[in-house]
Design a binder for this molecule. Structure first.
Ligand code: FAD
Length: 457
């Protein structure tokens, strides 16, 4: 199992730096303690929204797909009240509601079965759609520690369709000629939140046949995800390569968690499955490289927003309570460790003003990532949906920190009266970084297992 060496593509540090100076035992330990604190372990999420892009979403009936919810009493009171309405917490004029989007995009979605639900709102700076409580009455609290990300058995055409939809989002801007990703495909133009009509993904005509789990054989007719969609292998601009690396790295990290906490269905025991890891990750070195890429992106976001994050206590309703002093100390320590590292990613290299296409590219990049956050409602396994949503929110928060704000925005907390980030975004950012740190540790375990196997031990 290869250990990548040298410069990480499209980042500004090398693999050795990640291993020796970033993902150190101290950094990992701090992160781990942090995600176990009350502030970071409870996450509010809506697991019951309908898939906005295709109908009849097959549901995973495996027990392992279930999510154990936290009752409202379990949640420390401060956090209950900290779940201020996102809309109330933000300046209303900054919020893009779906109705406004309809107006700005000029697209009439009223009769569109693939239109997003009305609850989709976000601010211009956001890379994900919100799950604002007033629009998501079914959202529930979940204790992340009690619901570990692991093998659930969710697989087949349903899962495949979701991944395919996610990779299709990489296709913003010009579509490579001859690619299966070429139109038919409709995309809202101009500003606004932008939603892709997913009917082309299903092969359905609008309002036509419902799709859930495809009958066996249909998936064979679906084009392979692999060949044309790896922009890293093609001539692509930096922004598109980064987008691809982010989703491929997320996919690889999820696969790593599945393989490292795998259920042996014969013995009923949970343990790392080397064969699973070799076939899904190790045989495709670029997937592992993309896990490292996401890691450095997240660390950079943490370092960049450090001062803002640690003064989070200043933000009304989002505070780490005084009684949680240990949590604040851990967060400060994590930020300070991230800041002591060499630079890992240069956000200024993206969307450069010298590129006349940069503003459009940035809008498309953001729209596409927002679409991915909506695609998460199509995941047919609650546990997978929980972690999928949480990590997409975490990566979206990292991108928001890197690409939506000036340095000044993040330093001068008084500059913006509305919070730049919600509590749920901070929780998602830290937990997502923890997921990737765990993936890198799991890779190390698999390397050792592989060595032992080679020696016949
Ligand atoms: P898949 O992982 O479904 O991949 C489909 C195809 O994508 C592959 O054949 C390959 O061509 C390509 N591909 C695979 N990895 C990459 C990569 N890193 N980069 C680029 N291309 C790639 N299952 C669980 O057991 N537990 C979970 O917690 C879980 N969470 C999920 C979260 C989400 C958001 C989704 C969509 C699915 C989740 N699943 C989970 C299902 C899981 O990801 C797989 O889909 C499932 O295990 C079937 O795997 P597979 O081998 O068929 O390939």
């Amino acid at each position: 199992i290869c250990r990548p060496t040298g410069q990480i593509h499209d980042a500004c540090c090398d693999y050795e730096t990640v291993e020796k100076r970033l993902n150190t035992p101290k950094f990992y330990q701090t992160l781990r303690e942090l995600v176990e604190t009350n502030y970071f372990r409870y996450y509010k999420v809506d697991l019951y929204r309908d898939c906005p892009f295709w109908s009849e979403n097959g549901l995973c009936m495996n027990q392992a797909c279930g999510v154990e919810k936290a009752s409202e009493d379990e949640i420390p009171e401060e956090f209950r009240s900290s779940q201020l309405s996102s809309v109330a917490a933000a300046d209303r004029s900054e919020v893009i509601f779906q109705d406004d989007q309809k107006k700005t995009s000029g697209r009439d979605t009223s009769a569109d079965p693939y239109a997003p639900p009305d609850s989709c709102v976000c601010r211009e700076t956001d890379f994900c759609h919100w799950e604002a409580e007033e629009f998501s009455p079914e959202s529930t609290w979940v204790d992340l520690i009690k619901n570990p990300e692991r093998f659930t058995g969710y697989a087949g055409p349903g899962a495949n369709r979701v991944w395919k939809a996610i990779y299709e989002e990489n296709c913003f801007g010009a579509v490579p000629k001859g690619s299966f990703l070429e139109p038919p495909r409709a995309k809202s133009s101009g500003g606004g939140t932008g939603f892709v009509d997913k009917s082309s993904l299903t092969g359905s005509s609008k309002g036509g046949a419902a799709f859930g789990f495809s009958p066996p054989g249909l998936s064979n007719l679906m084009p392979s995800l692999q060949a044309p969609s790896d922009p890293a292998a093609n001539e692509q601009c930096l922004e598109k390569r980064v987008f691809y690396r982010v989703i491929s790295g997320l996919h690889a990290s999820i696969s790593t968690h599945i393989c490292s906490d795998y259920l042996d269905q014969k013995s009923g025991e949970w343990s790392p499955n080397l064969e699973c890891f070799v076939s899904r990750i190790a045989q495709h070195p670029e997937r592992l490289q993309n896990v490292y890429f996401n890691y450095v992106l997240l660390v950079r976001a943490l370092a960049r927003a450090g001062e803002y994050l640690t003064s989070f206590r200043l933000k009304k309703g989002h505070a780490i309570p005084v009684s949680e002093q240990r949590t604040l100390t851990l967060l400060e320590s994590l930020v300070s460790q991230a800041n002591q590292c060499p630079p890992t990613f240069d956000e200024a290299s993206m969307f450069q003003a010298s590129n006349p296409e940069a503003p459009m590219l940035k809008q498309q990049f953001r729209d596409s990532f927002r679409n991915i956050s909506s695609i998460m409602d199509c995941v047919g396994c609650d546990k997978c949906r929980l972690w999928g949503k949480m990590q997409v929110n975490g990566l979206g928060t990292a991108m928001k920190i890197l690409f939506s704000f000036d340095d000044e925005d993040l330093v001068d907390v008084e500059k913006n009266p509305a919070p730049l980030l919600e509590r749920s975004e901070l929780v998602a950012l830290i937990n997502t970084l923890h997921r990737f740190a765990e993936s890198l540790n799991a890779v190390e375990t698999f390397r050792q297992m592989y060595q032992r196997e080679l020696k016949g031990e």
